[in-house]
Ligand binder design. Structure first.
Ligand SMILES: Cc1cc2nc3c(=O)[nH]c(=O)nc-3n(C[C@H](O)[C@H](O)[C@H](O)COP(=O)(O)O)c2cc1C
Length: 139
């Protein structure tokens, strides 16, 4: 699929087939995410793949009652590492560049998933602390 085709085809999908996503597809998607541009090339992100059904359900319950999330066979939790940016660019790095870098990575995720025939939805409404303690063991 050409880039413009993926951009034109992508749309938010909120109901998914009960079918696991191939591991190769997930690694291809993560690879596309880490190749996104980042300010100062700091790559201030971390990607957590969640495929355990119970964990996915738990994450969905922390996303402001968006229970459709629980139908997804895989989640990619994008974690920003703002402190990394703060060391180099102060508050601007922490508050702006880190968010922008993660957003660029997320867009790559959505477009590469579209290219691979997968439906996705960017989810921004969730309880950060609860998600952090549920899926991020080291952050
Ligand atoms: C920062 C951001 C946060 C979003 N959060 C949610 C969300 O929590 N739940 C949801 O269903 N869609 C969410 N979306 C998806 C938007 O609703 C969707 O992209 C928009 O309505 C346009 O539709 P499209 O993606 O099909 O083009 C989010 C999108 C962005 C960019």
């Amino acid at each position: 699929m050409e880039t413009l085709e993926a951009i034109n085809q992508r749309r938010s999908i909120r109901k998914y087939l009960d079918k696991p996503v191939e591991f190769e597809k997930i690694t291809t998607i993560i690879d596309s995410a880490r190749k996104a541009p980042s300010a100062g090339n700091l790559q201030d992100w971390s990607f957590i793949i969640v495929t355990d059904k119970n964990l996915i359900k738990q994450v969905a319950s922390y996303a402001l009652e968006q229970y459709w999330i629980a139908t997804a066979p895989a989640l990619i939790v994008v974690c920003g590492l703002p402190e990394k940016h703060e060391m180099y660019y102060g508050l601007r790095g922490k508050r702006l560049y880190n968010i922008q870098d993660c957003a660029a990575a997320i867009e790559n995720i959505l477009l590469s998933a579209t290219d691979l025939g997968l439906g996705t939805c960017w989810v921004g409404a969730f309880e950060e602390e609860k998600i952090r303690t549920t899926v991020c063991y080291t952050f």
